[in-house]
Design a protein around this ligand. Structure first.
Ligand SMILES: Nc1ncnc2c1ncn2[C@@H]1O[C@H](COP(=O)(O)OP(=O)(O)OP(=O)(O)O)[C@@H](O)[C@H]1O
Ligand SMILES: *[C@@H]1O[C@H](CO)[C@@H](O)[C@H](O)[C@H]1NC(C)=O
Ligand SMILES: *[C@@H]1O[C@H](CO)[C@@H](O)[C@H](O)[C@H]1NC(C)=O
Ligand SMILES: *[C@@H]1O[C@H](CO)[C@@H](O)[C@H](O)[C@H]1NC(C)=O
Ligand SMILES: *[C@@H]1O[C@H](CO)[C@@H](O)[C@H](O)[C@H]1NC(C)=O
Length: 499
């Protein structure tokens, strides 16, 4: 088991806590299987049958609302490669009220053409002998656990958060943990359907799921409300950590976000708005941003009669959008996403320490997104343009070419006995490691750091393909290293060593 740092005991304790939670979830799940049948007739609520009936009625109507939310998502019947549509539809079949209220032609249409679940899709059997590692996160609705499957494969499992606000509030309102679990599960189910519908590099990948009725024949099997969603494993986005990262990494998050929003604007479901847009809805997988919380995604359009019906309100800013001829607010979902990206991500991540040759472009993006002047296509174009310039080094055109002549290059060598200095934001905690386009840019940086007397370039590259350069104030000797080259500043006036 890989343990970070020296917190072995803490990790062991955490693993124990997680296991306890999982075990208790498992036990309660098994108990519910048995309890479900007698559930309705046997619940006693301080002996008040009438009140119970009315609460149950209210809860049932909420359950129906949640189901109805999912139906339209199922109607977009694209290719259902993973057979998840079929699976998701089975979830919904348990309800008679819904079935009787459904247009059967429509229902058959949904059924028609959707394939049986694929064999390569992960199911309950993949969770046998899994190892819980730690809790990755929890929110109002869901609990996310980091696990290693029996084969060693890391995944994230999403479950209903029994201690979450959603469950707590529901149980308080309806006094029916079982029914509430079912209600809250619908958010997980909706998320699953959305993950299946909206596949994109910047949306977390759905690996499969395990439902309580696995092994059932799709009929009215009891306990079907329990769902575990199996996802690609990521790292929760740490805004504080990101704020201290190099601009290149912060830019990447913003670019990924814009690529995601571009996709959502033209998605198979229409233009999708993220109603609960917060950094905590995202994770990173190998540095790439991925949306993981989709239960608050909505493809609904806002109907309107006049422009005044199309207002977008934010704490510090209001916008009014045009009401289109067909009576919907034009681009409302897209604009809502763009402004949220601006206020939660760009303002914190983008301008700070942007490369000097790119600041005017960054400022332009800040203004056009902060004022909602650009649509998502234009915003994406602006971001891709910055990426192109940054990768190609074109923004460095005005660096003096002669600056490299101040350095002597020694190829095939590395250094040892280094005298390091710190710089910010460095890729390394110990010394000063920055990304550069070329030796020339590195020379320019070294010349601007008072403590720098040499730097080396290695084969290591960042996500944009830029080189990692280590800057230092001195070293004791050179060592052979095929992958490295060392640049030493020629001293015009001999330096006096500082103590
Ligand atoms: N695939 C994943 N890999 C790693 N961490 C994840 C993954 N999915 C979710 N998380 C973490 O778990 C947390 C809770 O997940 P999620 O946002 O889906 O739950 P929620 O109950 O809807 O939360 P919220 O109350 O914020 O809406 C997330 O904030 C995220 O940090
Ligand atoms: C209600 O629960 C009691 C035990 O708590 C049990 O004996 C009884 O059979 C249950 N009633 C029904 C209708 O299931
Ligand atoms: C936005 O509109 C609301 C409702 O009309 C109003 O109360 C609020 O003061 C406005 N906010 C700003 C920043 O203009
Ligand atoms: C955009 O630029 C205009 C003009 O310079 C300025 O008044 C406005 O405050 C800027 N808006 C944002 C969100 O930066
Ligand atoms: C934006 O881009 C999408 C996909 O690339 C395209 O289908 C759409 O027509 C574009 N919209 C505008 C307004 O240019």
């Amino acid at each position: 088991m890989p343990v970070m740092g020296n917190s072995l005991r803490a990790a062991a304790l955490l693993a124990f806590v997680v296991l306890s939670i999982l075990v208790s979830l498992l036990i309660s799940s098994v108990q519910q299987f048995g309890a479900k049948i007698s559930h309705f007739s046997n619940a006693t609520l301080a002996g008040d049958e009438g009140e119970f009936e009315s609460l149950r009625g209210a809860l049932n109507s909420q359950l129906n609302e949640r189901r109805k939310e999912i139906i339209p998502l199922l109607l977009f019947n694209g290719d259902d490669e993973n057979g998840l549509l079929e699976e998701s539809r089975r979830f919904l079949q348990h309800d008679e009220a819904l079935e009787s209220s459904l247009d059967y032609n429509l229902w058959n249409e949904i059924t028609h053409g959707s394939r049986k679940a694929h064999m390569d899709e992960m199911g309950c059997e993949s969770l046998v002998d899994m190892q819980a590692v730690e809790i990755l996160g929890s929110g109002y609705t869901k609990l996310v656990v980091k696990v290693n499957l029996a084969g060693g494969q890391p995944v994230a499992l999403k479950l209903v958060n029994e201690k979450g606000i959603d469950m707590g509030k529901c149980v308080e309102d309806f006094k029916d943990p079982q029914g509430c679990r079912e209600l809250v599960s619908y958010k997980l189910k909706k998320e699953m359907v959305l993950l299946q519908r909206l596949q994109h590099p910047n949306i977390i990948k759905l690996r499969g799921h395990c439902a309580g009725d696995s092994g059932g024949q799709g009929g009215r099997v009891q306990g079907a409300e329990r769902v575990t969603v199996i996802l690609e494993q990521g790292n929760p986005l740490q805004m504080i950590q990101l704020l201290q990262s190099p601009w290149e990494d912060r830019f990447r998050v913003c670019l990924d976000l814009v690529r995601l929003l571009h996709f959502l604007s033209h998605s198979p479901l229409g233009s999708v708005a993220l109603l609960d847009f917060q950094p905590r809805q995202f994770v990173t997988v190998s540095g790439e941003l991925k949306l993981t919380d989709l239960d608050d995604a909505s493809a609904e359009e806002t109907v309107c009669q006049t422009d005044a019906d199309c207002s977008l309100q934010f704490p510090h800013r209001n916008f009014t959008l045009p009401c289109s001829a067909r009576g919907v607010c034009e681009g409302l979902n897209e604009k809502m996403n763009i402004y949220n990206a601006y206020r939660y991500f760009f303002t914190y991540l983008l301008p700070h320490q942007a490369p000097p040759g790119l600041t005017h472009l960054v400022d332009h993006i800040m203004n056009s997104t902060g004022e909602l002047k650009a649509d998502i296509n234009q915003t994406l174009e602006a971001f891709e343009h910055i990426l192109l310039l940054y990768k190609s080094g074109l923004h460095l055109d005005n660096l003096p070419p002669s600056i490299i002549r101040d350095y002597t290059v020694i190829r095939g060598m590395g250094t040892s006995g280094n005298v390091e200095y710190r710089c910010w934001p460095s890729y390394s905690q110990q010394g000063c490691v920055l990304s550069v386009h070329s030796a020339r840019e590195a020379a320019y940086i070294c010349s601007s750091h008072p403590h720098c007397s040499s730097f080396s370039l290695s084969g290591h590259k960042t996500w944009t393909g830029r080189l990692l350069a280590s800057f230092r104030s001195g070293f004791s000797h050179l060592v052979p290293d095929e992958t490295s080259e060392v640049y030493v500043k020629k001293t015009k006036t001999p330096e006096t060593p500082t103590v």
